[in-house]
Design a protein around this ligand. Structure first.
Ligand SMILES: [Zn+2]
Length: 471
């Protein structure tokens, strides 16, 4: 979008007084351009990500590596020049994966590539062997009669296609998160889904499922796309298909981890913060490079770049390495609960959690008087290939809870065409990160974050500010 039409600007000026319009001083724009161009040549984010994925590796929430990753984050933040680094506790139920396997028993014996879903209970020792009943959508499963499902393994198969904005995750994700509980209520023995992913490799995609507090729980897992194809083809021949599922996994008490938080303290308005970050936890199959080591590396690198400027930013730049996003936004919710009383001081925020391929779109939830400042940001971001989207900005997963409390927020959309090839699989590794595109991400984040820190005026953060837009 271009600048606000003059008529609207005039209206805003007369209605609320010209002083209420948020602007970016010219010298801040010049500095942002210099930061943007420097970021494109900077290799620090990649180096941080290489360190996290090599020295720590997978970071399943509550695992031994969870603690190691937090220690790593504290040390990194300090080494990068953040002047305040601290942790805030985040408590959640801990889930562990020990082993998993599945095989077709009939019409012929064939091992399947399978992975348990987070929060799945294990099978009895020796596994579950049962006939399969297939549904091609969550709605079809909801409409099933209990007598068609009872004692069977429910299989839900819906293929996701790759899209730039990743919107087919809206098909796969609800099947994974809600399907098992629905199948359990219908009396199924176990639940298997076609992986919520777009690849054609025998690498299943894990991810969390959710249960009603006192509802029935059954073993739940995902098979790879080629295995799902095979099962479908076998079923199409009208022969009974039997599957054996063996999962050793389950709940293991409660765990208290932490959000690791770091500030580059502002020089003029230290209590006002511009916030960014990523989640430090990852699934355990790969090394969590795209999900979400990249987000952590981008945030750390942006803070470090701004921190190295001769003049500290006016407002504080805060970077959060969030705890346990994967099992249900535990870190983001804990941050919002701990900081909602200071939501008005959270000037603007956005988390990176959609890989690190090129950012192509910015969407903003800000007050109307701040739109000229967003337009100014867009002018500096346009050469990076970022266009303005007219949807809302929710700040990304872990900042959505504090956005819901009233923080102004941006959503920066990466090119998600290949994201769901790797997401939550053993293939989420460093080689999938393109250093050049990662640098473009850092350039985008450093631009808006610096301009927000220097803005004259705010973006509309206030308790309950964006409630209407949510509804
Ligand atoms: Zn993520």
């Amino acid at each position: 979008m271009r600048a606000l039409p003059c008529a609207l600007l005039a209206l805003l000026s007369t209605a609320a007084g010209a002083a209420s319009i948020t602007t970016i001083p010219d010298e801040a724009v010049t500095q942002a351009i210099a930061l943007r161009d420097a970021a494109l040549k900077d290799k620090q984010a990649y180096e941080i990500l290489e360190s996290l994925t090599t020295e720590i590796g997978p970071r399943l929430a509550g695992s031994e590596n969870d603690q190691k990753a937090r220690d790593w984050a504290v040390a990194r933040f300090k080494a990068l020049g953040f002047d305040k680094v601290w942790s805030e506790p985040v408590t959640y139920p801990k889930w562990v994966r020990r082993s998993e396997s599945a095989a077709l028993v009939s019409p012929f014996a064939q091992k399947l590539a399978v992975t348990a879903l987070g929060y799945s209970p294990g099978t009895p020792k020796g596994g579950i062997t049962a006939p399969l009943v297939m549904f091609n959508s969550l709605d079809a499963l909801k409409a099933a009669r209990p007598e068609d499902v009872k004692g069977k393994i429910v299989f839900v198969s819906a293929r996701m296609q790759a899209h730039k904005d990743g919107h087919d995750y809206g098909i796969g994700s609800p099947i994974r998160s809600r399907g098992p509980a629905i199948a359990a209520e219908l009396g199924a023995a176990a639940f298997v889904l076609r992986s919520a992913g777009t690849d054609s490799h025998r690498l299943p995609h894990t991810g969390v499922t959710s249960w009603k507090p006192d509802g029935k729980r059954i073993p739940a897992a995902a098979v790879s796309n080629p295995d799902a194809d095979l099962i479908e083809q076998a079923l199409r021949r009208g022969q009974p298909v039997q599957l054996k599922l063996q999962l050793d996994c389950g709940m293991d008490g409660e765990y208290t981890g932490a959000n690791v938080i770091a500030d580059i303290t502002g020089s003029e308005k230290p209590d006002e913060v511009v916030i960014l970050g990523g989640h430090l936890d990852s699934w355990d199959l790969g090394t969590g490079a795209i999900d979400d080591g990249a987000g952590v590396a981008i945030g750390m690198s942006v803070g470090a770049m701004i921190g190295r400027l001769p003049q500290a930013p006016k407002r504080t730049i805060r970077v959060v390495a969030f705890a346990n996003e994967e099992a249900g936004l535990y870190g983001g919710k804990a941050y919002a609960a701990a900081h909602k009383h200071e939501v008005a001081q959270h000037i603007l925020g956005s988390e990176s959690d959609f890989g690190s391929d090129r950012i192509w779109r910015l969407q903003a939830s800000v007050k109307p008087e701040a739109l000229p400042a967003i337009d100014r940001m867009m002018q500096v971001l346009a050469p990076l290939g970022v266009e303005r989207g007219m949807g809302r900005g929710n700040g990304g997963p872990d900042l959505s809870p504090i956005h819901a409390e009233g923080m102004a927020a941006l959503s920066l959309t990466n090119d998600g065409t290949r994201y769901f090839d790797y997401h939550h699989t053993a293939d989420d590794t460093l080689d999938k990160v393109d250093p050049e595109q990662l640098a473009q991400n850092v350039a985008v984040y450093v631009t808006w974050a610096y301009m927000a820190a220097q803005a004259d005026g705010d973006f509309g953060s206030a308790p309950g500010a964006f409630k209407q837009a949510e509804e």
